[in-house]
Design a protein around this ligand. Structure first.
Ligand code: ATP
Ligand code: MG
Length: 457
């Protein structure tokens, strides 16, 4: 491989944090070659230094299969719980996020991809799915037809420092249950998440950590306790957290700064400040989780990174991904739909990072092995196209090389790990048959051309 290939490899490895960064000088300009098929090179220099944008990655081969398996499994499992898929835009009016995720949240202050489009509108690439789903609920006039159970998946964008399990374009699966205010709904969403992890086979190393953020009155009382505590420790807080202390002290609990973490460790928890109603709600959620058979561990430190949560907050954390161990997280967000301009509407949901789940999979299921169609000579090729079509119409993955003699074509069949070869020579053609060879056992049989698809099904 040339030095370009090396650089791509180093960049990919570096993003995965295995080795030192790729060399920073631009690669040498490659000598220009006249491309095949007689196209003359243009006067512009060839672009030789394009790299994937930092924090993005391509999904190819095994990576794509893992990704696909995670999303398909989540789609299927959530479908069994009655969630229906919505597809909302990847970009939204900036206010959809800036108003609702919390002015002091990390996502809004540091991570959003926001730009002015050609019409002068402020646009943001979605950093998460929930706000867009609530916007869609309101703007499609669906706030009166509740409950709604929504499944979404797709790319999200956050300007973060890339590292293993943390990217700038990443993907989430997302489920939202909008309408019910009952704790049964919280438990059902969590149970659905747990069953997605189970269906993926990654639940064994994953723990559900559960907390409550109480209702408004609980949080007002808790806020006072936090202000008192953090004011007493003001000298040790990071500059960001000093701002949070003024504007939203609960946010400090979610700070990732080392100096804040130490102070946060001794901060009061919300539990003594819960109103009777909020405490009863939390107890009910736990009872229902037990009923659904979902194991959990209480963790009073869980606050979640966005502002819109109330009552239930939870994270599924794996021991296998280091500090990127949260694979799925969510909670109740009763205020969000109203902030989006709709009527007061309770809701609960969760989101999971597809990349992190994909990393935890043992392996992705392989696509079924194909059948190779192998014509010998031009006349046979014409008939082979008919066979290819009949196999594909029968749902069988079938491939034919674009050129080559019998040996080359059989080599190719082995390379694509075909399970069988349908070999069609001039004699076979005269008799209206093809030789169907099982490439595992080597057994070969003449089969009438119209019967081949059925024979291989
Ligand atoms: P973290 O604490 O890891 O930054 P978060 O609280 O910002 O996570 P959420 O907003 O709750 O994450 O998003 C839900 C899930 O999406 C996370 O648990 C994680 O699996 C995934 N996720 C979040 N940010 C990224 C990212 N930059 N790259 C890859 N996955 C991510
Ligand atoms: Mg984050």
């Amino acid at each position: 491989m040339g030095h370009q290939g090396d650089d791509c490899y180093r960049l990919a490895k570096w993003l995965a944090r295995d080795i030192s960064p790729p060399r920073s000088q631009p690669p040498e300009v490659q000598p220009r070659r006249v491309p095949r098929f007689g196209v003359q090179p243009s006067a512009r220099p060839l672009v030789t230094d394009i790299q994937p944008a930092r924090g993005t990655h391509d999904l190819i081969g095994e990576d794509q299969r893992r990704h696909h398996h995670v999303v398909e499994t989540a789609r299927h499992v959530s479908g069994c719980y009655g969630f229906e898929e919505w597809i909302t835009p990847i970009f939204e009016d900036t206010r959809v996020f800036s108003r609702t995720l919390g002015e002091t949240s990390d996502v809004v202050t540091k991570e959003m991809y926001t730009f002015e489009d050609r019409g002068g509108d402020s646009i943001t690439l979605r950093p998460e799915a929930t706000a867009g789903v609530c916007r869609a609920l309101v703007t499609n006039g669906l706030t009166q037809s509740l409950p709604r159970k929504v499944f979404c998946s797709g790319p999200m964008f956050r300007y973060e420092r890339p590292q293993k399990g943390r990217y700038r374009q990443f993907h989430q699966i997302d489920i939202e249950l909008i309408g019910p205010s009952e704790p049964l709904a919280d438990a059902e969403v969590i149970a659905c998440g747990w069953n997605i992890l189970k269906a993926l086979g990654v639940h064994a190393d994953t723990v559900l950590e559960l907390n409550t953020l109480g209702d408004q009155d609980s949080r007002a009382a808790y806020r006072e306790a936090l202000v008192e505590y953090f004011t007493a420790h003001k000298g040790g807080l990071s500059p960001d957290s000093l701002v949070r202390l003024e504007r939203n002290p609960m946010r400090i609990l979610d700070s990732k700064e080392e100096q804040d973490r130490k102070i946060v460790a001794g901060a009061p928890t919300i539990q003594p400040h819960l109103t009777e109603a909020a405490a009863a709600f939390y107890t009910k959620v736990q009872e229902y989780l037990t009923r659904f058979g979902v194991p959990f561990r209480e963790n009073p430190r869980i606050v979640r990174g966005l502002d819109y949560y109330s009552h239930t907050a939870f994270e599924f954390v794996t021991s296998k991904l280091g500090s990127q161990g949260t694979v799925m997280a969510g909670g109740r967000y009763d205020g969000l739909v109203a902030e989006m301009g709709g009527p007061a509407t309770p809701a609960v949901g969760l989101a999971a990072g597809v990349e992190r789940l994909a990393m935890l999979l043992d392996a992705a299921p392989l696509a079924p092995a194909p059948v190779a169609v192998v014509p010998i000579g031009d006349e046979a090729e014409a008939a082979a196209i008919g066979i290819l079509q009949s196999l594909r119409a029968a749902g069988i993955r079938a491939e034919m090389s674009y050129r080559g003699n019998l040996r080359r074509r059989m080599e190719r069949a082995n390379k694509i790990e075909a399970r069988a070869a349908v070999i069609l020579g001039p004699d076979d053609l005269m008799q209206g048959v093809a030789q169907v060879k099982d490439l595992k056992t080597g057994a070969q049989e003449a089969v009438a051309i119209p019967d081949i698809a059925a024979y291989l099904t």
